[in-house]
Design a protein around this ligand. Structure first.
Ligand code: NDP
Length: 479
């Protein structure tokens, strides 16, 4: 049995109370490791270490800081296969997905911000003949990063990399459901000699570790990705303490398909945008609206392709792996029941999948396509975050905009059309922080990333992240 440890003050240590939680392989339903069940005292120890490291890290020459961060990128890259196996084991995602997407993107996050910090400049504002203002951007101090289980290392590094690059010391909490690659990251940090206390990784439950992070007065900013309800809890504690907050929250993303799109490209991408990572990507499109003239063609082709998806042991060549945990598996199945009660027709899937052999007790759900639901029923309003999509026809742009904008969320939207004017018009009017036209999940790390409405507060990515993790100070000089 593997016992993971916290990474505090440059060392791997046991939780102070020596309590552990079970970590389950969701493809088998068996415990494969134990993780620290840390509490407030472990967070406080990490904060003390971060405070000790704060001055030197903030004042280190940026090139040197960048070298450490690039070394972390290389350290993960060297162990890519090991990291990918750990991610797949912990999360249930197909190994090929972790190898192709999750781990390389985590490497890119570190590499991007190691480079970005070397290109950073700040503004100045000249006052004709009187003086000049310049903006000094300094690190905040001790900051926290809290991330979810769906893209474990990818989202963890998405936050940690800019926080470190800008000179902050970090307290980071991965989801207790998927802690393994965060643990491997701490090994890499030790290997590359990252100075003690600069990054501290505290494992454990949101209610204990996350709660102390929200309350701890020495943590001045929190970058959080996770569910909208958790974001609300964190904000209710941290906002009255005037902590800087970046909240990347849930979504219920529309996928809007017009008859004039490139049909084959759209179908291929829509299968991915519906079911990649078992539909557990915050950017997956779960409400698919199709222009009526191609609705039947879409339905038949889409359902046929979804039926052909291979579901099974994430270690083999499959499209769909396991759902991340028993709790989440039960939540998704309960939403399929709700969809049936609401009058939905299951076109394919709609049930758990029992595999044979080693994965007999794993948490697998067949990719599910549902039609016949109202745009404003619970199935179409609430985040399911699994391999479940609904399809629905529409006649006009006005009608589909009403459907698309009906939820309380506003994270991402995908629009399929070859009509340029319409594409721009829709991009302007769909209420989402991220709009993809004729593509999905095409990412450029320089772009602002985040959601409107209840999908989040603030933006990360590129300079937005650099700005979030720094305090701007205006210096005014009269001459
Ligand atoms: P949760 O909100 O349950 O958890 C996210 C993180 O917060 C975990 O590390 C969790 O710890 C921690 N946490 C839980 N309770 C608290 C608390 N009271 N105080 C502080 N921290 C706490 O989300 P999930 O892990 O279930 O992830 C899925 C959600 O994330 C979906 O809603 C999805 O849309 C969203 N998401 C959003 C993205 C975006 O960019 N907008 C990207 C990816 C996902 P623990 O695991 O121990 O409970």
């Amino acid at each position: 049995m593997i016992y993971l440890k916290n990474y505090i003050n440059g060392e791997l240590i046991e939780p102070l109370k020596k309590q552990y939680l079970e970590n389950v392989d969701p493809s088998k339903g068996t415990v494969f490791s134990m993780i620290p069940d840390s509490d407030a005292s472990d967070v406080q120890l990490a904060v003390a270490a971060a405070k000790d490291a704060e001055h030197d890290w903030a004042n280190m020459h940026y090139e040197k800081r960048a070298q450490y961060i690039e070394a972390i990128a290389k350290g993960i890259e060297r162990r890519l296969d090991e990291f990918a196996k750990a991610e797949s084991l912990d999360n249930g995602k197909p190994l090929k997905l972790a190898t192709r997407v999750d781990i390389p993107r985590a490497v890119s996050n570190f590499r991007f911000f190691a480079t970005a910090i070397q290109q950073q400049s700040s503004e100045s504002h000249y006052m004709e003949g009187i003086g000049i203002n310049y903006t000094l951007r300094r690190p905040i101090g001790v900051v926290a990063c809290i991330s979810p289980w769906n893209l474990p290392l990818y989202l963890f590094s998405w936050k940690i990399a800019p926080a470190l690059a800008t000179g902050n010391c970090v307290i980071a909490k991965p989801s207790e459901v998927t802690p393994y690659t965060a643990y491997l990251l701490s090994e890499v940090c030790i290997e590359v000699g990252l100075p003690k206390g600069v990054l501290n990784i505290v494992h454990g439950l949101g209610q204990k570790v996350g709660d102390e992070i929200s309350r701890n007065k020495d943590i001045k900013a929190i970058s959080f990705t996770g569910g909208t309800a958790t974001g609300k809890t964190i904000a209710s504690i941290a906002a009255p303490m005037f902590k800087k907050l970046s909240l990347e929250l849930g979504g219920k993303n529309p996928n809007i398909i017009f008859a004039d799109c490139d049909f084959d490209e759209m179908i291929k991408t829509t299968v991915r945008s519906s079911f990649e990572n078992q539909g557990q990507i915050c950017l997956c499109g779960s409400r698919i609206f199709v222009e009526r003239s191609i609705y039947d063609k879409f339905k038949n082709t889409f359902v046929e392709k979804v039926k052909a998806l291979k579901i099974g042991d994430p270690n083999t060549d499959v499209n769909i792996g396991a759902i991340v945990s028993k709790n989440h598996y039960e939540k998704i199945l309960s939403y399929i029941e709700i969809a049936k009660q609401e009058g939905g027709t299951i076109l394919t899937g709609g049930h758990a999948v029992k595999l044979e052999g080693e994965c007999a007790n794993g948490y697998f759900i067949a990719p599910t396509v549902i039609e016949g639901l109202a745009y404003d029923c619970r199935t179409n309003m609430e985040e399911i975050f699994g391999p479940v999509v609904t399809i629905m026809p529409f006649d006009t742009e006005e009608e589909v905009l009403k459907y698309a904008n009906a939820t309380e969320y506003g994270l991402a939207a995908t629009i399929w059309t070859n009509n340029l004017t319409r594409a721009h018009r829709m991009a302007e009017n769909v209420q989402s922080g991220i709009i993809w036209i004729n593509t999905w999940l095409l990412r450029d790390l320089r772009t602002p990333f985040g959601g409107m409405k209840n999908s989040g507060v603030g933006r990360e990515g590129g300079w937005e992240a650099v700005r979030f993790f720094t305090e701007a100070k205006n210096v005014c000089i009269k001459y």
